[in-house]
Design a protein around this ligand. Structure first.
Ligand code: SF4
Length: 63
């Protein structure tokens, strides 16, 4: 599974980093970024939760 952030939508709230810090972090620009190429299977649930929690739907999960 892959995941990407739409930086034009992200408001830098940090919820994704709080939900799954192994995959998301806030970058120097204050916006979220993805730190892994492929999401490990054991983190897929947290990544989907983060996508659900994102207040602006900026997290896009790709199969
Ligand atoms: Fe950006 Fe959404 Fe992450 Fe908040 S939860 S930092 S808006 S991607």
């Amino acid at each position: 599974m892959k995941v990407r952030i739409d930086k034009s939508a992200c408001i830098g709230c940090g919820a994704c980093e709080a939900t799954c810090p192994e995959v998301f972090r806030l970058g120097d620009d204050g916006l979220a970024e993805v730190t892994v190429e492929l999401v490990p299977p054991e983190l897929e649930g947290e990544v989907r939760d983060a996508a659900d929690f994102c207040p602006v739907a900026a997290i896009h999960v790709e199969a």
